[in-house]
Design a protein around this ligand. Sequence first.
Ligand SMILES: Cc1ncc(COP(=O)(O)O)c(C=O)c1O
Length: 450
Amino acid sequence: MKDENFLKANNARSLWHPMTAPSDSLKNPPAIITGGHGVRIRDVDGHEVVDGVGGLWNVNLGYSCQPVKDAIAAQLDRLPYYSIFRGTTNDQVIELAEELRKFFEPDGLTRAFFTSGGSDSVETALRLARQYHKIRNEPGRVKYLSLKKGYHGTHTGGASVNGNANFRTQYEPLLPGCYHIPAPFPYRNPFNESDPAKLAALCLQALEDEIAFQGASTVAAFIMEPILGAGGVIPPHSSFMPGVAEICRRNGILLIADEVITAFGRTGAWTGSRLWGVKPDFTCTAKAITNAYFPFGAVMIAEAVAEVFESDETGMAAIGHGYTYSGHPVGAAAALATLAETQRLKINENAAARGAELFAGLQALKERHEVIGDVRGGHGLMNAVELVADRASKKPADKATPGKVQAKTYQEGAMVRVSGNNIILSPPLILTSADVQVILKALEAGFASL
Ligand SMILES: Cc1ncc(COP(=O)(O)O)c(C=O)c1O
């Protein structure tokens, strides 16, 4: 490794960072992370903190998961790459597909299509949804519906169904035929409705209205996160996703669950769809599928959808889609080891228990710090703290405020993430109660410093 002076002098000089302005990275050089173990990360100065971000919602098993590291190393020695395009495959991906089929069986998902990450998974599901309707002789079903505040990655299809202007405006025009309905977000919504159940009903009504307006026969799919993540951790009322599923089914619209964050235990349930008792037509996964150690993803496909593709004899079901790294054997080996370790440790149960502690602690922080307008969570280890200038108007806090809180929190022992006026928490799911207290204490100091 180059020495510390080299790293600090060149930080952000020759690279652009995702999701930030190049000028900002130059003015405020990013923290240089050089080590990680357990749930902790260490920076170039040797400062060590609990990673309240869990990488990027993906290092569910922490930084020392030896079985996954060993699986990657062993696979690199055995077969570092072979494609699974037409005519070839590899042993690891066959085994992984069987394991995923067992894991997702309660969600009704029985086939896998492999990708290199979350945005790829979203793109895959959107495209296969259109193809499904074409095979079934409904070629007019091409539109997509989604939620405002939803996040579905940054490919053009995904950005088009995204519900946040930050990821859209500079890249317009986006895909035609994408329409958004209000998110079931009790703290801020156009209905001025703070009751989650009533709000869910209003949002479902808006969905019905949009489908009637567009014409159901023009809509291919509805895509949603079971709990909205990057948009600010917004758990809907328990009636919402089942309501969406029922409306979709009634109108012949496919339901795509974007579980890039929520699959594999983060919500306390094994999947977000299972949390709400919904069986989607497609489920997009990535991130924690390899514990973040290898870029990889999988779209899981419902049996009924699979049957339509597999029984086609016209040639329309030929899949003209895929990535060089679809089914990468090293990624597949990493995913197999991750899945085994994830289930062995029952990390969904730990996510639920530690998530309840963290959520309660954040609510207590709200009692003491006026700058906190809203605390969201309550389902596993996904939390957001929204900062406001004043609670009555809910005006977002001054732009610099979340960064100040983050900097002090980091000094005091925890990495947290800033997204707009939200502080987002998504720690590894192997967190202990003591780690929860480290995060809360560091955040307390962060808020007290304002
Ligand atoms: C719900 C959701 N979908 C898709 C994506 C995109 O995944 P990736 O960044 O791996 O392309 C993300 C990333 O955070 C996500 O949270």
